[in-house]
Write a protein that binds this ligand. Sequence first.
Ligand code: FES
Length: 502
Amino acid sequence: MSNKSHQPMWKEEGSAPSFPALKETAFADTVIVGGGITGIVSAYLLTKAGKKVVLLESTKLVNGTTGHTTAKVTSQHNLIYDQLIQTIGEQQARLYYEANQEALQWVRRVIQENKIDCDWEDETAFVYTNADKETETVKNEAESYKQLGIAGSLTDTMPWKTPFKEAVSMEGQGQFHPLKFLSPLIQYITENGGEIYESTVAKDIEKGDRQTVITKDGAKAIGDHIVIASHFPFYDDGFYFAKMHAQRSYVIAIKPKTAFPGGMYITAETPTRSVRSARLHGEEVLLIGGEGHKTGKKQGTEENYQALINFAEKEFGIEQLLHSWSAQDLVTLDNIPYIGRLRKDENIYVATGFKKWGMTSSIVSALLLSDLILNKQNRYAELFSPERFTADPSIRNFVKQNSDVAGTFIKGKLDRLFREQEALPPNKGVVINWEGKRAGAFKEEDGTVHIVDTTCTHLGCECEWNEAERTWDCPCHGSRFAVTGEVVEGPAIEPLRKIGRD
Ligand code: FES
């Protein structure tokens, strides 16, 4: 039943056009780094405001997190509002909700005004639990909805008839096909003077009267403003690497045996289960997500897919397993994204740390950053400012996450697995000791062996083998590398060093 490709479903019905790499120097009002939903919508808004944009994407547009989402467009970010009230206060918690609701309404309006056919559906979102320890938290969340004026409540029925102990609903949310939504926006940008470059890896920023993005190949993009929307910021001026950790999660798309009655669902407890319907070639399919874990902290990730398959079989029956893929998300210190100027007096902006809620957070980012660039007031600027620091319970996570990071440097370096190259199992990554150094070996079916130095080229943590994706994953900030060392996912820019014979 398992499918081999691990490719997201969205690409089957939606695609973005191709663009050349930047070879020389490009000029713009704003240079945007990152061709996911944040970068594209920011570029769209600025182009609409009459500004010239240059957008740089390291691989292909919509290839990263945006292409791997479950595409729920919702302000219900699992259980968050009670926690936000406790940590940042009622007023700020309400602002968080309003920012996300505005983002959702913006998406709805753009779809309607431009008649974008992107399978948009209005849905009610539910967080439900079957864990005794979460029933109180779900009830508290429902109380926080009352306090903040959120349309939703504790409920004893859900359209999907699965057993649950408590559930909280949020009305008026939605779901869509992200690539179909973004295609007309990309077209608008290029038809109105915007320039898009793919296969263009941003490497550094040179500050001056104007800001310059330097690419890995030595090309330049010069603008008055730079937006860093590259998932993990490629430019580390704000020390984001110390403030976020990467999480991987998994999605399967199935054709169910039973009809689905609608609604978007997520469990309060872990392992998470997320369910929504979607359409593929006109037929209803279900997207089942969950099984999140810190990147590089788990090796047998094929088990994660199997757990989702087992769940889907039990709940809906699987007529056909269509797709399976995994996504990577970044989590900030206080669970609120970093969106805004890197430093007060500089025109360099960042948007990152959306957790699993990138569809609304990206639009919040694009609306906020375009306002800042256009010198307009935005009442959410302070809430999301990357410079904030709010002492809240997640400070414990901060210490833990970072001691994990520190531990990885040490443990990885001390790891000693003596194995002979000839004894390597085929199609499996193995950590070996190669001339006294930790290395990663992968043997192809035909016997070809690839050996790479597992030291991540970002900041030197040790990568671990990811069985399901067949990549070397870095637990520190989520870089991923092919068995031959090439970068599959940043923030790393340089490949893993190849050693031994190829
Ligand atoms: Fe930062 Fe590997 S991703 S050290």
